[in-house]
Ligand binder design. Structure first.
Ligand SMILES: Cc1cc2nc3c(=O)[nH]c(=O)nc-3n(C[C@H](O)[C@H](O)[C@H](O)COP(=O)(O)OP(=O)(O)OC[C@H]3O[C@@H](n4cnc5c(N)ncnc54)[C@H](O)[C@@H]3O)c2cc1C
Length: 500
């Protein structure tokens, strides 16, 4: 069998893995990345993202350091609320019902902006998030603590990081399936099939950054529940939990919410797993706070206006899965349709348009009387008051269940639109236990020498829900730390690269 030595092995090539590999290499370690997928399908879920990335930037003035392309005129048009560490932490605590691991959350929040600046030095470019503002009184009013996005979404992020990794001379092997990991005399021996050929790789340190189990139907069924077997997988088909299994065998322990995941409403006709030829998160449907959501019986089942979409979308995908036929429709009238996000106008979006509620119901294949009753009851419950989609305006319903707590306009102006949606799983919340420095912890809560993890594999950060944009940020923060820590570990234990 072919044998090779390296200081640090990184499993995966998503955002977390690339940040880890670059950070380790910058600290002088030799690095080899092992990617389970072929080269044409590298980059994992990170490749599919919208690129939205949440950080504690403080004031807009400080954020401008990573937005060099903004000119003076654009700056004058922007009205952006402050978003500091307390606000990010408060969002994490609120959305996870206080269950987020405080030490990990502190690390995520306190290292977020500094890591954005580090990513920029690696060549990642940022832009303002065009989905996070509404135009009002000549200003772009940002909301929801998520004004930053990577240029050209996840594709741009991953391209920039690969470019940097390749420029640094990091060795990347594709079609690489790690079948065993043994720990001998402080060293790690990995048995890997690379394009079908067995190879033994000896390393000082291993960084696991190979995603969750969202793309494994059996694991979804076992851990999340039967109904999840049929969920659409929004991202890569390669995050099948193999990395988790390997890490658990090496002494890691499960941590976080193994029966929880992030899901989103996605076009009913979206591909069953992410199509690498159509990245950019084009199938999601995020404008529902402006409208209504009904199931195939024509009944509402969630408070569409409970909060900004950043804070409800990860939960509402799951609610859709509980509905008959795992199907729902997002409804909009002509008052709000001009404010629908870009994804609603793409050729990939399935849309029914009609001049009356009854005609719309027929196109949706829903009982017209039932839909008309739902809309009548909702319209009668709408309270007067000023409407403003840029803030939680408190314009709500009274006496209808579920309520609509904000942005409740009567549904009355033709043409009417219906977008059929289903549940798309994004990533799983359960992972393994790591220290705030990304060291994998054993069942004695002590670091297992030379083993690190980052990204979706880190358990304990997210429970029940998640503040949008925190996945990429967590991957970058813990990936970078894992790389730095792994390189430091190699220096302490005599790096294999120094032997030759
Ligand atoms: C459609 C979509 C949109 C999203 N939008 C956003 C967004 O805008 N903002 C945000 O913060 N988050 C978003 N997310 C979530 C985000 O993608 C994840 O939180 C984050 O990218 C995870 O990064 P990662 O590096 O841990 O995993 P990934 O990017 O998934 O990388 C894991 C890698 O490991 C590889 N792999 C799997 N098993 C093995 C193995 N056994 N050995 C070797 N390699 C293996 C995979 O092929 C993959 O390359 C989105 C997700 C999806 C699917």
């Amino acid at each position: 069998m072919k044998k090779t030595d390296v200081d640090v092995v990184v499993l995966g090539t998503g955002n977390a893995a690339l940040c880890a590999a670059i950070a380790a290499k910058e600290q002088g370690a030799s690095v080899c990345m092992l990617e389970r997928a072929p080269k044409s399908k590298r980059g994992g879920n990170s490749y599919f993202t919208d690129g939205a990335i949440r950080c504690a930037y403080g004031r807009f003035q400080d954020l401008r350091a990573v937005l060099p392309d903004l000119d003076e005129e654009q700056i004058q048009q922007i009205s952006m609320p402050d978003y500091g560490e307390e606000a990010f932490m408060a969002d994490l605590l609120r959305l996870t019902d206080g269950q987020t691991d405080q030490k990990l959350a502190n690390q995520l929040v306190s290292r977020s902006f500094d890591t954005i600046q580090w990513m920029m030095k690696q060549g990642v470019q940022f832009t303002v998030n065009e989905n996070q503002y509404y135009e009002k009184d000549g200003k772009r009013q940002f909301w929801g603590g998520l004004p930053l996005k990577t240029k050209n979404k996840g594709v741009g992020l991953v391209q920039a990081l690969f470019q940097r990794a390749e420029a640094l001379g990091i060795d990347i092997k594709y079609d690489a399936k790690t079948t065993a990991l043994k720990q001998e005399d402080q060293l790690k021996k990995l048995i890997v099939e690379i394009a079908g050929e067995p190879v033994e790789i000896t390393a000082n340190a291993v960084i696991f950054a190979c995603g969750g189990f969202e793309a494994n139907a059996n694991m979804r069924k076992t851990h999340l529940g039967n109904e999840w077997e049929k969920a659409v997988v929004r991202g890569t088909a390669f995050n099948t939990g193999e990395g988790l299994t390997l890490a658990l065998k090496a002494g890691a322990v499960r941590y976080g919410q193994w029966d929880g995941c992030h899901a989103h409403t996605t076009d009913y006709h979206a591909p069953k797993t992410g199509d690498f030829n159509k990245p950019g998160d084009i199938y999601k449907k995020s404008s529902y706070p402006l409208g209504l959501i009904v199931n195939v019986k024509g009944e509402r089942f969630v408070d569409e206006g409970a909060d900004f979409r950043n804070y409800t979308y990860a939960k509402y995908g799951k609610e859709t899965l509980k509905q008959p036929e795992q199907k729902a429709f997002q409804l909009f009238d002509a008052q709000v349709s001009p404010n629908l996000r870009k994804e609603y106008h793409l050729p990939e979006a399935t849309c029914y348009k009609a001049d009356s509620v009854e005609e719309l119901a027929e196109k949706m294949d829903v009982c017209p009387e039932s839909l008309a009753n739902t809309i009548r009851a909702y319209n009668q419950a709408v309270q007067p008051g000023p409407y403003n989609p840029a803030i939680k305006d408190g314009k709500c319903t009274k006496g209808v269940c579920p309520p609509k707590s904000n942005w409740a306009l009567t549904f009355e102006k033709a043409p009417f639109y219906a977008f059929p949606v289903t549940c798309g799983i994004t990533f799983t919340f359960g992972g393994i236990h790591v220290s705030p420095e990304s060291e994998i912890l054993g069942d004695d809560k002590r670091p297992i020498a030379g083993l690190f993890a980052a990204g979706e594999m880190v358990g304990g950060l997210f429970y029940h829900n998640y503040p949008g944009g925190s996945g990429l940020m967590a991957g970058a923060v813990f990936g970078r730390l894992a790389g730095e820590q792994a390189a430091t570990f190699c220096n302490r234990t005599k790096p294999l690269s120094s032997k030759s």
